[in-house]
Write a protein that binds this ligand. Sequence first.
Ligand code: B3K
Ligand code: ZN
Length: 872
Amino acid sequence: PSAIFLKDYTVPPFLIDKTELTFELDEAVTIVTSRLHMRRNPASGKSTCPLVLDGGEEVKLVGVAMDDYPLPPEEYRISEDKLIITATADEFILTCETVIEPQNNTRLEGLYRSSSMFCTQCEAEGFRHITYYLDRPDVMSVFTTTIIADEARYPVMLSNGNEVERGKTDEGKTVVVWHDPFPKPAYLFALVAGDLAVKNDVFTTQSKRDIKLQIFTESHNIDKVDYAMEALKRSMRWDEQVYGREYDLDIFMIVAVDDFNMGAMENKGLNIFNSSCLLASPETTTDDSYLRVEAIVAHEYFHNWSGNRVTCRDWFQLSLKEGFTVFRDQTFSADMHSETVKRVEDVSFLKTAQFAEDAGPMAHPVRPASFIEIANFYTLTVYEKGAEIVRMIHTLLGAEKFRAGSDLYFERHDGQAVTCDDFLAAMEDASGVDLAQFKRWYSQAGTPIVTVTDTFDEETGTYRLTITQDTPPTPAQPTKLPLHIPVRVGLLDKQGQALSSELNGTTSEEHVLQLTDSEQVFEFSGLSACPVPSLLRGFSAPVKLRYDYSTSDLLLLMSADADGFNRWSAAQQLAVNELSGLIKQAIDGQAFALDSQLVEGFKVLLGDSSLDPAMVALILSLPSQAYLSELANPIYPAAIKEARQYLKTQLANALRGDFERVYHEHNVQGAYQATAKDIAHRSLKNMALSYWVETKEAGAQQAVFEQFQSSNNMTDQFSALSIAVTSQHDKASEMLAAFYDQWQTEPLVVNKWLMLSASQESDHALETVKGLMAHPAFDLKNPNKVRSVLGGFGQNVAGFHKEDGSGYHFLADQIILLNKRNPQIASRLCTPLTRWRKLQPELSLKMKTELERIMSEDLSKDVYEVISKSLA
Ligand code: B3K
Ligand code: ZN
């Protein structure tokens, strides 16, 4: 397999003004007929080149015709998935008849079957698995889709746009025609057919148009879509109010499917969702999943403008739509709930997972310069770091100018396929802010390290910050240039009061420093004593901040900073400092010695009832195994686990009374509601329980068991179960078995059970996982189940990182097994193995051996790219 490069981009030599598709759906074979209204692209300057259409190896060509004349065999050929037609007129209609077998499509790209329905996934390059086409996002076409199927089995037949015709064939099959007036690339095409239940609603837009809203599921799930429907209406309203974006078609549909490689897909007017990201009910869905449903419904809806009306010129520009849309959904969720809590969660995720990606062999710029398989670039870098870039633009421009930039972007590029540079140009033109240097964020990979030192001049009352920036080398980018980094800063006195200071003629309690050089000095005047700096408030840039805070400074920031995010950040740093010492002691085989200041800090926190319980819970949640691994080099997984466990137990024993009290104080009564307030209480209650149980007191053990048995909602029940499993509760196994019995008919709950069971730490964890994969609840064809079991196992330190390498060997076996069946899923499973260079020496070698073993197989492009880059 070879790479393709952004620098080689050329405009398409042909355009397709209209696309007419006919699907004759059937269990045995599906016949797809396309009529493509094509013409040579005047902008390409190529007036004689052949027409090259993209296809897939499973697409069988039955016939091809030009302006209704069948082409003789010498005028076309098929070469490596491409259909090449040698001579064409400047304008013509190309007709292709192809045959596919959706029921045998295990890749879940293109047209495939999930349960008893037909559905599609075409982004990024799935459409070519349906029929021959110019499968690239800068070819935009008006689609008309005819679906022919047996109405008894497929009463619901959907595609993009509006239903315009319905009738019967001579054989009695039903014919439905859909027309989408908005030109779109093939990746936004969708088709669904099945025996589905529907929930209807209406949304009245700001210009008073009534939009028909429909959510379709298999009939047994239709009682679980109310929350998604409400979330959809909130999203539609929010996009009008915050971005001035109104919905354009008269109908908006969402369909839930069980077998789906990703979370969801923003097909024009017909979103398709992984059922795990759409269905919700109090008894079966946790708070986290409720919030996820809301965020993803919003995300896909927001794509209607940021992605569909204005799309990407090529796949290197993926972050144009994804970074912007993630930023939009993050802000939406913050507005619906708590801004600070949302920011902490997002940053925590970024610093754990995206920073790890940036430090590994797959590191790439937000706008990659090359790829072998685009499916591998739906990454945390493109999505989450891409969103941070948009957030920084928002910080640099301010809310008003940012909105003006967004308005200009949509107005200027409506109906076009454009680039990240076009987005920046609109932001610059509307605001007058120069983003020339800022642009490097799109092309330079790696996480910048920002180091801060300070001095105070008593005589002049001047406080100086010296700030340096440095981005470490990443694959293909050995040296880096300085970036334009916004650093939000506030200053506090030693009592925690906010201090006003003057910087460059502006007096304020907060400043945004514009970092543009590799080293810069900032002078704050008007101070009477040396302040404590609150740096990078709100995580104003995706960087690693280094400043030598004393423990007392961190305690002060944690209890008094005006920026809620930095209060959490200070607490996190305190815990990281504590844990770093403990991890080192564990590696060196020394006895653990704990500093008591964290205990004191937590005690104050637990006693302060004025705080948002959600924030208290976040502060109490110790840095995760994954985050500590990201910080470590080399990584000693068992030492990290041991140190975390020791700290948790020590805190539990020192503050046992506080945890027990807080547990009882935050017990939410009454019917379940997924509101910020109730979610906050539940999160603190369950966090307190997770500590209290570490004391091994009978009362705590009993509380866990009772909560498991008597909760009226999945959040509390599943928290109790997880706590039982992680704390090795006497009844953990009994509870796991009871949980399965209770929920075996609810696949989404069973997936949670699979995940938790696979993560249960023990010496025989691998046998447990093998047992799960042989369990009737498991299904290798279903990505959610594969992710649950293998994802759970990946977090199982004792099992996955077992010294003999058996955990790595097992994961490699599964990757090899899925490599051809479902390349996208197989490739994602490789992620833990890409970290091999950072692991402690003995484990590192064992992991490398498995990578080499995978490399010796006949690999899909997806897996080949990740494994070969990991070994390079
Ligand atoms: N745009 C889709 C991603 C589809 C990826 C397929 N490999 C989901 C989203 O970001 O909204
Ligand atoms: Zn998206």
